[in-house]
Design a protein around this ligand. Structure first.
Ligand code: PEP
Ligand code: MN
Length: 262
């Protein structure tokens, strides 16, 4: 095992993404559709009304098959700007390369590094140099140590604003899209001072299972949730089956608020 424990992991590092503080005394709720779609602005307004703390949406999508929708790309940028203007919420979007980060950097408050890019070290170093907050998803088959080691690629360039995100790992179990490794939340929070959030959507693969996994995440001390949500989930351009609607989202927002009071 690598010696990864940071001195003083008890003193948690709080990551600020715009107005949002992740890892402070209360869990946070980041939500949005898998990918930006032409109706994104209206969606964002509805999600904000449901009580989310920050918005997510992919401009560039890392799809397993090249025929799948790859994201709107740079055409999405005016929609991001308008969504931010209308809601006042911080916005996070995924990047797959340093060039992506360069292209959308002025339109987002934080970058997401997806599971498939957890070990894209040149990307991690570039994000370390840019200095904007990074949500680092755990790789599909990455150990906790490998995930934390990846976070160090960002930190060693002087950017300590990394949020670890458990999103389920690949196991022998085909019923769920991935197996949510709930223990990873506990262990990663012990091994590092970084906030650890959970994406129950990519773990479950089915929207019916998302609320229960979200509750489990908060119960073990997750610093927040990253959830796929859409006003009309069945119409989502990607990951519709695991995307929750506004009602379920409002329930999660309430749950997170409860967590704040504890
Ligand atoms: C996503 O958040 O839409 C995504 C692609 O997630 P992951 O990288 O965890 O598969
Ligand atoms: Mn997705």
């Amino acid at each position: 095992m690598l010696e990864l424990q940071r001195a003083g992991a008890e003193a948690r590092h709080v990551v600020r993404i715009g107005s949002l503080a992740i890892g402070a005394s209360r869990p946070t709720l980041i939500a949005g559709p898998c990918s930006v779609e032409p109706t994104y602005v209206e969606q964002a307004v509805a999600l904000a009304a449901a009580g989310v703390d920050a918005l997510r949406a992919g401009v560039f999508k890392p799809r397993t098959h090249p025929d799948s929708f790859q994201g709107m790309g740079l055409e999405a940028l005016p929609l991001l700007a308008e969504a931010t203007r209308r809601t006042g919420l911080p916005l996070i979007s995924e990047v797959m390369s340093p060039a992506d980060a360069e292209a959308i950097g002025d339109h987002v408050d934080g970058f997401q590094v997806g599971a498939r890019n957890m070990q894209n070290y040149r990307l991690l170093e570039a994000l370390g140099d840019i200095g904007r907050p990074v949500i680092l998803k755990r790789g599909l088959s990455a150990t906790i140590d490998e995930w934390i080691a990846s976070s160090e690629y960002v930190r060693r360039r002087g950017n300590h604003d990394v949020v670890l995100c458990e999103r389920g790992i690949r196991t022998f179990e085909p019923r769920t899209r991935n197996t949510l490794d709930i223990s990873a939340v506990v262990v990663a929070r012990e091994l590092t001072d970084l906030p650890v959030i959970v994406d129950p959507s990519h773990a479950a693969g089915r929207r019916e299972w998302v609320p229960a996994l979200a509750r489990a995440a908060l119960a073990v001390g997750a610093d927040g949730l990253l959830v796929e949500a859409h006003p009309s989930p069945a119409e989502a351009w990607s990951d519709g089956p695991q995307t929750i609607g506004l009602e379920a989202l409002a329930d999660l927002a309430e749950l997170v608020l409860d967590g704040r009071r504890r």
